[in-house]
Design a binder for this molecule. Structure first.
Ligand code: COA
Ligand code: AMP
Length: 630
């Protein structure tokens, strides 16, 4: 069935559509009802079902005779190591780790934080937690101790599973001191930590608190899969919002399995046994959905890649991995392709590799610029398909559904709304605007299965962040437009979120860090356009009166502070000292205008600006950093 017919089938009866999709899941108790309307625009799916995530990702494939098939390929150009884990081996490992957690008191509904680099064991840890009905929260390795501490206090984990270190080009990132520092900072203390020791840098364990992963795995009795209710959370994943405190996106168990399994064939066109590769990190939603769960629910082989698009060892790495492991569908962020293109503009390194098994390249995580898409199309001679989604949804809102029907590609558009999503472009009055007009992108409620039903510990914030702006709709936080064929164009965020190298970051959180400097009276952070990373953060600092220290020293201290408080992932390297910030008469900082000046774009002088002359100072300050060229 093609796209239009499938979308129409969903529109005609959404509940029947998802109950049909639910037939692909192995239930302990199958759902009889799909949607639950809790009132006040709150919805849940499949609440009467009983199911286990890990069983659907691992055990059922072994029981169906796929035990000898490779489930996970670990390919680490950064360490020079590779390994393969079959579904049967994965089942044994996961059951043992789950048993070790259970023996130490982790039980259904408990939270477990996972702070791991890109190794097979990161997936084993996630699956082990869901096996016993507990809830994981994976924290990206590029975050600092402080960010980890915030998450520890918010989800109050019974245990933390961490690697001893991660490896970045040219340096080993010691996770253990970060973990210990975070536990010191946090008010909540986990009962125990499980440390996966890596050869590159084993860590000293704390007697009585830390357990060695290998010892635990070798000694634990295997744990069975524990059924949970369909609406019980499978995981919490923190993501950036407007303020400093990250939002704990809750992923409901049953909807997650139903929806991801559905996407694997319909969007990515992969079947059981195919190799699917998402070059992302388990710390991000792409890693949850398409390194771990989606491919495993579908009985595919997934790849855990520990490396970078360039420099490990060079820009041929992606093509080598695709050829060597027979990848059928490949998914990465546009920034990664831009990095490859910059190193190998003619794509000569790809020519040495047999990419004939590759069917398509999928891009997401940030706006895919036309140059990058065209370059990849020419190089690969395969469909290059942009698709748009968010941590909150867990899978695409708009995509080109290759497995259903390859739609014509319109460069600059992630194509069309997927079944489950009634996407509308709304004006400030909350009414849909005409085709081709810009507005806030919103999705008519209810959202489909697997999307967030709430925020962890923050039901009110869920409403204020997503539901209150446009009653009856979910506010995506993105602005854009729709054309007459229903193709969407995602243009910008409507909030203070920026996207740096495919990583979602909050300028609000960065401003909180800058404001903590004793010499800084006021500050602002904006995201300026960057040809490689999409956006880069820049800080503006107004110093306390009487401060006569060297501005360069204060900037350097702020850069170091950001790395210490948020982490290297913030990629915060540039700041300038200015006398004042441009504001409206009511005191709101005109960040949007500052971005336009930085990007050398035309802008309309805001009618409410307090003092237009400040903009000249901002322009001059930006010019010292190489921005605002005209
Ligand atoms: N653990 C510790 N540090 C990490 C890290 C991790 N898991 N991931 C990134 N960092 C560090 C980097 O080492 C870098 O540190 P530095 O300031 O000392 O150089 C810093 O965080 C910024 O990283 P990044 O923004 O990724 O820049 P980069 O120069 O290292 O790499 C790209 C640039 C484009 C190659 C890289 O960002 C990339 O591959 N991006 C794709 C992102 C992606 O897949 N996103 C997921 C959405 S699909
Ligand atoms: P994250 O939650 O980290 O996945 O980030 C989600 C945000 O990234 C979205 O709200 C968009 O702002 C941006 N984004 C993701 N995919 C795309 C895309 N294909 N095109 C444009 N922006 C995107």
């Amino acid at each position: 069935m093609g796209y239009s017919d499938t979308y129409a089938r969903w529109q005609a009866d959404p509940e029947a559509f998802w109950l049909k999709a639910a037939e692909a899941v192995d239930w302990v108790k199958a759902p009889e009802q799909a949607l639950y309307d809790r009132g006040d625009h709150i919805y849940e799916w499949f609440c009467d079902a009983q199911v286990n995530t890990c069983y659907n990702a691992v055990d059922r494939h072994v029981e169906a005779g796929r035990g000898d098939q490779v489930a996970i390929i670990y390919d680490s150009p950064i360490t020079g190591r590779k390994s393969k884990t079959t579904y049967a081996e994965l089942q044994t490992q996961v059951a043992a780790v789950a048993g070790g957690l259970a023996e130490r008191g982790v039980t259904k509904g408990d939270r477990v934080i996972i702070y791991m680099p890109m190794v097979t064991e990161a997936l084993v840890a996630m699956l082990a937690v869901t096996r016993i009905g507990a809830i994981h929260s994976v924290v990206f390795g590029g975050f600092a101790a402080n960010e980890l501490a915030v998450r520890i206090d918010d989800c109050a984990p019974k245990a933390i599973i961490a690697g001893s270190c991660g490896i970045e080009p040219g340096r080993v990132v010691d996770y253990k001191p970060l973990l210990d520092g975070a536990i010191d900072l946090a008010a909540h203390k986990p009962d125990f930590c499980v440390i996966f020791q890596r050869e590159e840098k084993p860590a000293d364990l704390i007697e009585g608190r830390d357990v060695d992963w290998q010892v635990m795995q070798n000694t634990a009795a295997p744990a069975p899969c524990v059924p949970v209710r369909g609406d019980d959370p499978a995981y919490i994943l923190y993501t950036s919002g407007t303020t400093g405190a990250p939002k704990g996106v809750v992923r409901p168990t049953a909807g997650h399995i139903v929806a991801l399994q559905w996407t694997m064939k319909n969007i990515y066109n992969v079947d059981p046994g195919d190799v699917f590769w998402a070059a992302s990190d388990v710390g991000w939603v792409v890693g949850h959905s398409y390194i771990c769960y989606g491919p495993l629910f579908a009985g595919c082989t997934t790849i855990v890649f520990e490396g970078k698009p360039v420099g490990t060892p060079d820009a041929s790495t992606f093509w080598r991995v695709i050829a060597e492991h027979n990848v059928k569908s490949f998914f990465t962020a546009p920034t990664a392709i831009r990095a490859v293109k910059r190193e190998d503009p003619k794509g000569e390194l790809a020519a040495a590799h047999d990419l004939s098994n590759l069917c398509a390249l999928f891009l997401a995580g940030e706006r895919a610029d036309p140059d990058t898409i065209e370059w990849a199309q020419k190089l690969l001679d395969k469909p290059v398909l942009d698709h748009w989604w968010q941590t909150e949804t867990g899978y695409s809102i708009a995509a080109n559904p290759l497995g259903m029907e390859e739609m014509p590609v319109k460069i600059g558009s992630p194509s069309v709304a997927m079944p489950g999503y009634d996407v509308q472009i709304l004006g400030e009055d909350g009414h849909p605007v005409a085709d081709g007009e810009l507005g806030a992108i919103a999705v008519k409620l209810p959202l489909p299965p697997g999307t967030l039903p709430t925020l962890w510990n923050a039901p009110e914030r869920f409403k204020t962040s997503y539901l209150n702006a446009f009653p009856g709709y979910y506010e995506t936080g993105d602005a854009g437009m729709k054309d007459a064929d229903g193709y969407l164009y995602i243009m910008a965020r409507t909030d203070d979120v920026i996207n740096v190298a495919g990583h979602r970051l909050s300028t609000g959180a960065m401003e909180e860090v800058l404001a903590g400097h004793p010499d800084v009276a006021e500050c602002a952070v904006i995201g300026v356009s960057d040809s490689l990373k999409g956006q880069m953060p820049i800080g503006f600092l107004c110093l306390n009166s009487g401060t006569n220290r060297d501005a360069a020293d204060i900037v350097a201290e702020e850069v170091a502070l950001m790395r210490e408080k948020i982490g290297p992932v913030a990629a915060f390297k540039q700041a300038v000292v200015v006398n004042r910030l441009p504001k409206t008469r009511s005191g709101k900082i005109l960040r949007g205008t500052m971005v336009k000046i930085a990007d050398s774009e035309d802008f309309k002088m805001p009618a409410t600006i307090d003092d237009p002359a400040i903009l000249d100072e901002i322009r001059e300050a930006l010019q010292t950093l190489g921005y605002a060229k005209t």
